[in-house]
Design a protein around this ligand. Structure first.
Ligand SMILES: Nc1ncnc2c1ncn2[C@@H]1O[C@H](COP(=O)(O)OP(=O)(O)OP(=O)(O)O)[C@@H](O)[C@H]1O
Length: 600
């Protein structure tokens, strides 16, 4: 499990503000100016009250009138700007939320392959960041509130110093509560990180327990109470970890606030004492009372705003840490350009692979040549390593040792994105992309998604022509329940869409199909796979590419130029159907004969 080091290159505050500026520069600047200055208006009003009281005592009508006019103007400005500034801040927050979502998608997209996403340490950080998105999107808002509180505190300080410099000690007493809050936030952040594993389990259990797809099995097997008990246990463990820290934090912040309350009482007594001795005016007493009283409100607000900002900064730090991790991972990836056309083929040399965090070998001692232009079938029992081999060839994982070469170039030295563009795939756990048919199929080659003739050809080759013809709107029909007018498909129908998607690339060097017809009924399966592989053979012929498919139905393996039999992570046999059938004690012949009897 990877522990991500602290981000070093950028400041979390700068990054949080940068997100808001990127979202809406104008709204952000207006929010900073209005939220930054408005709180100070109240301090000016206190000052103008002092001017009015002292002018009244001195019968100075000019100063009196100026004071009243000043109060009217300041109040009008403050009230008039409220609605506008709140509107701008809402715009900024909403825009920032969208930018944060895109940054999160970008950083996940930058992680090469899928090995990083298998790492529980990385997954936990991504999960916590997903939860903290809301704090990050409010980062600019929190900053403007802290800015407003700081400007107001500075102006208050200047005025208090003019009345009596010793009163400046009062804002200083605000420092311990602020430091305590900052420390509390850090402890809370650490506790959330420690609780991430338990919280992730609780979310998974909730997702299963509340999923319509899992409802059938949950009811049938009576799993509801078991799931609820495990959820209570996991959520309780996560909650206890955070609650312990919250209580410890509360004690520390309360002690710091009590210190400030004592100082506040002492300041009031001191000014009243000086007034009884005629050392300050009545206006000064009223001004001090107003300011000192508001210092306590300001402090509470300031601490609260500072807490918001700390939450945003914690999320910003996590985002930066993950982005630097993704940068390092992307930097370590290859940059070479893979061949566009094969003449030799793909070779696996002494390849061994262990999944991240796993001690056992999923593949070992694999030496294999996949000739250019060939159709290869990979067969073997459950867990033999077929999907693992396919994922390595597709560049989603790198071998733990050994190497895979394409036209003699190590795949590890090649830009993974470029290699992905030279490949196409239909995975065993294919995605049900809930878009229109055009875009769900077209996702296989986004540049060609609007080419209806091309998409229609892919749909036909995926065996989905009849299905799409029956949908309202044809290619325009929305798939899935995400839309009001969306149509949901059966498992086999979704698989036909995934098969069509895999046919979108015009000339892939490698087309991998992992159990591509597993959800399709056995009568249609053979015919569909045979037609599909024949058509694929023609498509990949443009690049002299390789079509490789894994299938449990050995009758389909007869289509292949080369059959690779995998057993317990090793290549057990290699050859064409006839040769493998001729080997008396081979796994292939045994499997083939048993299947033929079962299907007969
Ligand atoms: N993400 C993973 N993390 C850890 N181990 C894994 C992971 N995926 C697969 N394995 C393990 O690797 C081994 C090979 O799995 P693989 O999925 O390649 O088998 P397969 O031949 O495709 O099986 P099936 O026919 O059931 O699809 C198995 O022991 C499996 O438990």
């Amino acid at each position: 499990m990877t522990t991500l080091p602290a981000a070093r290159r950028r400041s979390p505050l700068g990054a949080a503000i940068g997100l808001s500026l990127e979202a809406d520069r104008r709204a952000t600047l207006i929010t900073f100016v209005t939220f930054g200055l408005r709180p100070t208006v109240l301090v000016l009003v206190f000052y103008l009250v002092k001017v009015i009281v002292d002018a009244a005592a001195a019968h100075d009508t000019g100063a009196l009138a100026a004071g009243v006019a000043g109060i009217a103007l300041a109040s009008a400005l403050a009230v008039g700007s409220v609605t506008y500034s709140i509107e701008q801040s809402v715009r900024m927050i909403e825009g920032t939320a969208a930018v944060v979502d895109r940054r999160l998608m970008t950083l996940i997209g930058r992680l090469p392959g899928v090995a990083h996403l298998d790492d529980p340490g990385v997954r936990d950080q991504i999960e916590v960041l997903r939860q903290e998105r809301v704090h990050l999107s409010e980062g600019g808002d929190a900053f403007s509130l802290v800015l407003g509180a700081t400007v107001r505190a500075a102006v208050t300080g200047v005025i208090l110093a003019m009345i009596q410099p010793v009163l400046l000690l009062l804002p200083l007493l605000a420092v311990p509560p602020l430091l305590a809050t900052r420390r509390a936030q850090r402890h809370r952040d650490e506790a959330v990180g420690r609780a991430a594993g338990a919280a992730r389990l609780a979310r998974h259990l909730l997702a299963v327990g509340a999923s319509p797809a899992a409802a059938k099995e949950l009811r049938l097997f009576g799993l509801g109470p078991h799931l609820r008990a495990r959820h209570a246990e996991a959520a309780g463990a996560a909650d206890r970890e955070v609650t312990r820290t919250v209580w410890r934090n509360l004690i520390a912040t309360s002690a710091a606030s009590a210190l400030f309350a004592l100082g506040y009482c002492a300041a009031l007594m001191f000014v009243l004492y000086r007034f009884t001795r005629g050392q300050v005016s009545l206006g000064d007493v009223i001004l001090t009372l107003g300011l000192v009283t508001s210092v306590s409100t300001q402090l509470n607000q300031g601490v609260q705003f500072f807490g918001f900002l700390q939450q945003a900064l914690a999320a910003s730090r996590r985002l930066l840490r993950l982005e630097e991790y993704a940068d390092r991972a992307a930097h370590g990836a290859g940059e070479g350009v893979p061949a566009e056309r094969l003449t030799d083929g793909i070779r696996l040399e002494a390849v061994e692979f262990r999944y991240p965090g796993s001690d056992s070998r999923a593949l070992g001692d694999v030496d294999l040549v996949l000739p250019a232009g060939s159709v290869v079938a990979v067969v073997g029992a459950n867990g033999a390593g077929k999907s693992t081999l396919i994922k390595l060839l597709a560049g989603l994982y790198r071998p733990t040792s050994g190497r895979i070469t394409v036209e003699g170039t190590d795949l590890a030295s090649v830009d993974a994105d470029l290699w992905h563009r030279r490949t196409s795939a239909c995975f065993q756990d294919f995605s049900r992309l809930e878009f229109s048919v055009r875009h769900s199929v077209g996702a296989g080659s986004p540049a060609l998604a609007e080419d209806d003739a091309h998409v229609t050809r892919a749909v036909e080759q995926g065996g989905a022509a009849g299905l799409v013809a029956g949908l309202p709107g044809g290619l325009a029909a929305h798939l899935g329940r995400s839309y009001d007018d969306g149509v949901d498909l059966s498992g086999g129908e979704w698989q036909r869409i995934a098969l069509a998607r895999a046919r979108m690339r015009p000339a892939p060097c490698l087309l991998v199909l992992d159990e591509p017809t597993a959800a399709i009924d056995p009568l249609a399966e053979d015919a569909l796979l045979t037609a599909y592989v024949r058509a694929a053979r023609q498509t990949v012929a443009r690049s002299n590419g390789i079509t490789l498919f894994a299938s449990h139905r050995l009758s389909t393996a007869r289509l292949a130029d080369l059959i690779v039999v995998v057993d317990q992570g090793r290549i057990a046999q290699l050859g064409v159907h006839e040769d493998l059938m001729a080997q008396d004690d081979g796994i292939y012949r045994d499997l083939y004969e048993r299947q033929s009897r079962a299907y007969a």
